[in-house]
Design a protein around this ligand. Structure first.
Ligand code: ZN
Ligand code: ZN
Length: 387
């Protein structure tokens, strides 16, 4: 079954919006042009309510169906922020701001949800309310949490919530989803190991933090290899190893190690944190050094409610060529905060054979627009059937 005819008709218009957003990327919560663009369109479509400034710069539109016998509301979410990446796509509508780029396709997500909002406001062929949610700061700023903390779910009476992300490597016109954990919890660590510096030719007069830190890096691999059930997912990556000196004849005073821990279940997340702290403190101590650990919990696991994931897949099957099962990804996603507040599902939309998200040559594929828009719109019509 094809995409919705009306949304196919709107393809060129939605593509224009997408390219306009692409040329004007904004970062984190600082989205004056993007959020004004969204709010202005939602008002022009005739949304019953348009509220700006939720979660600092988020925008919410409410579209009431022809009837409201059940009082139910379905939330649909898109993210609006770009990345601090220098664009190398060579496109005619390339970023007009050096060092900023829509390298994760949030321009496409925003344009598609606007298209669905216009369709829903024109047709209103459902019972209850559709709440379109445009969030800031997905890329590391927890904008989804900011909106939830600002009362998003209660204020608009949202019963369940759905989100979508484009995915390079999946053909355009296809979706992918799974029940349960879909994206990882993302925690970061920043460790300082302190020894006693001195002359490199007199190591016996020093406590060498480089040697201690090297053993820490190796010891941390035992979390995945020996602490966590091998059938469960965990990643521990030390991504930065720095001393305060580049000299070849100085044993430094400190080494700073920074990295990330990714997990799919809360008990594994707890175990990884506990083991990391014990390994760092005790390994440093074994070499006479001390360790200070700053461990920050980031986005929680993005977890699909099994029934809603099955429903989301059924809708995808109705509007597109097919739905693949996907393995969970160890990346993070702050739609997780919305899924922790209300049941729902998060789905991948095929972006074809493009560069990966966050790559300077990435581009959202406009051919995916009718599928994404139709999924949002069909989801509301099926979940809130007209009386
Ligand atoms: Zn991203
Ligand atoms: Zn993204």
């Amino acid at each position: 079954m094809p995409v919705k005819n009306r949304l196919a008709e709107m393809h060129d218009q939605i593509t224009e919006w997408r390219r306009d957003l692409h040329a004007h990327p904004e970062l984190m919560y600082d989205l004056p042009r993007t959020s004004a663009f969204v709010a202005e369109k939602l008002r022009a479509f005739g949304c019953d309510e348009v509220v700006e400034g939720i979660g600092r710069s988020g925008v919410v539109g409410v579209i009431r169906g022809r009837s409201d016998n059940t009082g139910r509301a379905v939330g649909l979410r898109a993210d609006m922020d770009a990345l601090p990446v220098e664009e190398a796509s060579g496109l005619p509508y390339t970023s007009k701001t050096p060092g900023r780029m829509h390298a994760c396709g949030h321009d496409g997500h925003t344009a598609m949800l606007l298209g669905a909002a216009q369709y829903l406001a024109e047709t209103r062929n459902f019972d209850g309310s559709a709440v379109v949610i445009f969030q800031p700061a997905e890329e590391g700023g927890a904008g989804g949490k900011a909106m939830v903390d600002d009362g998003l779910m209660d204020r608009f009476g949202i019963d369940e919530v759905y989100g979508m992300h484009n995915m390079p490597g999946i053909p355009v016109g296809q979706f992918a989803i799974r029940p349960g954990p879909m994206m990882a919890a993302t925690d970061d660590f920043d460790i300082t190991i302190t020894g006693i510096g001195g002359h490199a030719a007199k190591p016996h007069k020093c406590i060498d933090p480089v040697l201690a830190a090297s053993h820490v890096v190796i010891a941390l691999q035992s979390i995945a290899a020996r602490s966590v059930d091998p059938l469960k997912q965990v990643v521990v990556s030390v991504c930065s190893f720095r001393t305060e000196s580049d000299a070849t004849n100085v044993i430094p005073q400190t080494v700073r190690l920074r990295g990330t821990v990714r997990t799919m279940e809360e008990d594994v997340r707890d175990l990884a944190e506990t083991r990391l702290k014990a390994l760092v403190e005790n390994t440093a101590a074994a070499y006479g050094a001390t360790a200070a650990i700053d461990y920050q919990r980031g986005y929680p696991v993005t977890e699909n409610d099994p029934d809603r994931a099955a429903f989301a897949a059924e809708v995808a099957r109705a509007v597109a060529g097919g739905v693949e099962d996907t393995a969970p990804l160890m990346g993070g996603e702050d739609f997780s905060y919305m899924l922790n507040a209300r049941p729902g599902a998060y789905i991948f939309l095929g972006n074809g054979d493009t560069a990966a998200v966050h790559h300077p040559a990435y581009n959202f594929d406009d051919a995916a627009i009718p599928y994404g828009c139709s999924w949002f719109a069909e989801l509301v019509e099926r979940r809130l059937p007209a009386a």
